[in-house]
Design a protein around this ligand. Structure first.
Ligand code: 8YV
Length: 309
């Protein structure tokens, strides 16, 4: 049997249902009772960025052999626990890189050129009373990227096409990389106009955007987050935006999704999205196929397509 932790894709659900005995965890409000009755037959968990496989769930499933996550980020999977118990883990890298990078650029343009605010301006009929105020140019601005992995590199390539100088922070300088490296996030923030969070969420990167970094980015700087909400100290971000100590923000992720700080709703220099970085029909189908491909490979004793553990 396969346990799906929460609703994530109708297509994936249907395809899993064709191949395995599928348990939909969200349909059982009595979780402890459900686990007690079915733990003997669940060999795989399919989770996502919202509900993964924490230590408690892994411990409750003695027959668990593989966690196949419908996400590239694995911050909701207890990887140490999986390793310890010999549980394999797979994710969905590469197939979502373009979409997430596209959306990061979309957020840059939306924040600087006020695309969403302009749309509201037209819809409300305000255009008839006068032209919209001037906005800020994106092309040529310096883009600082935290995490130069698959997604960070794809964002850098797109930024280059806009003639934006690119610089980055990562734990180590990348060999043979033409972008300027800064050994700390604060130095990166001091030296760019737009700071993009594109690293995995780990203990080390939690609140990597703190007050010091926000102040280094400054009243003309813009923060873009397509990573995870907890990368940012959200109350610090909200107060910096409200006090005008930060120029703007484009956010696809939040600390307590789907809760978004309502203080941000009235700000024109902020664009808020409901965690849709990978949310296209095309990519979600490829992600689903990768989840299934990994499970099939595992149960046929073939090499996993995208193994992490
Ligand atoms: C998804 C994500 O939003 O890949 C990730 O890490 O955050 C996402 O692609 C999510 O897992 C879809 O349900």
């Amino acid at each position: 049997g396969v346990l799906m932790t929460c609703p994530m894709s109708a297509y994936l659900e249907q395809e899993l249902d064709k191949r395995f005995k599928l348990f939909r965890f969200w349909q059982f409000p009595q979780r402890a009772q459900f686990l007690k009755e079915n733990c003997g037959s669940i060999r795989a968990v399919v989770g996502n960025a919202t509900v993964g496989a924490d230590a408690e769930l892994i411990d409750a499933l003695p027959k668990l052999e593989i966690v196949s996550s419908f996400s590239v980020g694995l911050d909701k999977v207890d990887l140490a626990k999986c390793k310890e118990k010999g549980v394999r883990v797979t994710n969905t890298p590469d197939v979502l890189t373009d979409d997430v990078a596209d959306l990061a650029i979309g957020l840059c343009l939306a924040v600087l050129r006020r695309i969403c605010e302009c749309d509201r301006y037209v819809r409300s009929g305000k255009w008839k009373k006068g032209d919209y105020k001037l906005t800020s140019k994106f092309s040529g601005k310096t883009v600082g990227i935290i995490g130069l992995g698959r997604i960070g590199t794809a964002i850098a390539k797109r930024a280059e096409a806009f003639n934006c100088p690119v610089c980055y922070y990562s734990r180590r300088e990348k060999p043979n990389c033409q972008y300027k490296y800064y050994p700390s996030v604060t130095e990166l923030a001091s030296n760019c106009n737009i700071l993009v969070v594109a690293c995995p969420l780990t203990e080390e990167t939690r609140h990597i955007i703190n007050r010091e970094v926000i102040d280094a980015l400054g009243p003309k700087g813009v923060l873009i987050n397509i990573g995870r909400g907890p990368h940012v100290d959200e109350p610090e971000l909200v107060s910096a935006l409200l006090e005008g100590r930060l120029g703007g923000a484009g956010l696809d992720v939040f600390e307590k999704e789907p809760e978004v700080p309502e203080e941000l709703f009235g700000l024109e220099n902020v664009v808020l999205l409901p965690h849709v970085g990978s949310g296209t029909v095309e990519t979600r189908q490829e992600m689903a196929d990768l989840v299934i491909g990994n499970l099939e490979a595992y149960f046929l004793s073939k090499p996993l397509l995208t193994p992490v553990v």
